[in-house]
Design a protein around this ligand. Structure first.
Ligand code: OAD
Length: 247
């Protein structure tokens, strides 16, 4: 049995499968990843753009970068990987998608239970009064100001050195701890604490499926390593799961 077939069988037989996704799941939508060839951290330094210190020092620079990312994401559409994950949820197989992505593409593809560990680029938060606002497109004014108190608004995303939103982290831990299958897609598994989730699942006996064209630190722990692009592998996997469910 090849890895796709084995993984499909594990998913079809699971009672509580959960996915963990990273930037690789959106790569084929044209949203750049952070690490690896062409990754954002090859061209930019995270400490200049994605830390609270960088924002305090130069909010305009940070916002220019986020507005550019908002424009890239606005122009992007969900790809077959996002759609296959939504289909697996619709089939009742996948109970939730835990994502490190801030692009909202899972929701746009139809996924309903999405836990966003690193926030969402389509929200802003006031650094002075905490007001959170949803955006319907890239920010027009840089830096945006709070309509309630006039304070600086920041992207409502998690930066290096910041804790994850507590509720999202607790939900993610609960999902990982209850999972009998964890489907990991397109993450380098280098950023903590998100990278702990597959370990949590595995330590509770879950079957780990890892989809990535490159090697990751999860490879040695995974039960199935499927080397390939998410947009190519996941539709095949979802189809194979449907076939198993019919047998
Ligand atoms: P990374 O950029 O670290 O890793 C992307 C992964 O996707 C790599 O392992 C690639 O091999 C893989 N990949 C590339 N193309 C793919 C494709 N078509 N299909 C499947 N996989 C593919 O992204 P994350 O692991 O998500 O955090 O990074 C985690 C966090 O680090 C991000 O959320 C961000 C970043 O700094 C914050 O900004 C807080």
């Amino acid at each position: 049995m090849d890895a796709v077939t084995g993984a499909a069988k594990a998913l079809a037989e699971s009672s509580f499968a959960v996915a963990l996704t990273g930037a690789g799941v959106s790569a084929e939508s044209g949203v750049p990843t952070f690490r690896g060839p062409g990754g954002l951290w090859e061209r930019y330094r995270p400490e200049d753009l994605a830390t609270p210190e960088a924002f305090a020092k130069d909010p305009v620079l940070v916002w220019r970068w986020y507005r550019w990312r908002q424009e890239v994401i606005r122009a992007a559409s969900p790809n077959p990987a996002h759609i296959a994950l939504a289909r697996l949820e619709e089939l009742g197989v996948l109970k939730a998608v835990i994502t490190q992505n801030v692009d909202g593409l899972h929701q746009r593809a139809g996924s309903r239970r999405v836990v966003e560990l690193h926030g969402n680029i389509w929200r802003v938060r006031c650094v002075s009064c905490g007001l959170v606002e949803a955006l319907d497109g890239p920010v027009s004014e840089i830096p945006p100001r709070c309509k309630r108190c006039g304070g600086l608004m920041r992207p409502d995303v998690v930066w290096f050195g910041e804790p994850l939103p507590q509720k999202a982290w607790e939900e993610a831990l609960a999902y990982a701890g209850s999972a009998d299958v964890m489907l990991v897609v397109g993450t380098s598994a280098l950023v903590h604490p998100a990278a702990l989730l597959p370990r949590v699942a595995k330590s509770r006996g879950a079957v780990l499926i890892n989809i990535n064209p490159a090697e990751t630190p999860l490879d040695e722990m995974a039960d199935f390593n499927i080397r390939g692009r998410a947009g190519e592998v996941l539709p095949k996997l979802a189809q194979a799961v449907e076939a198993w469910l019919r047998t």
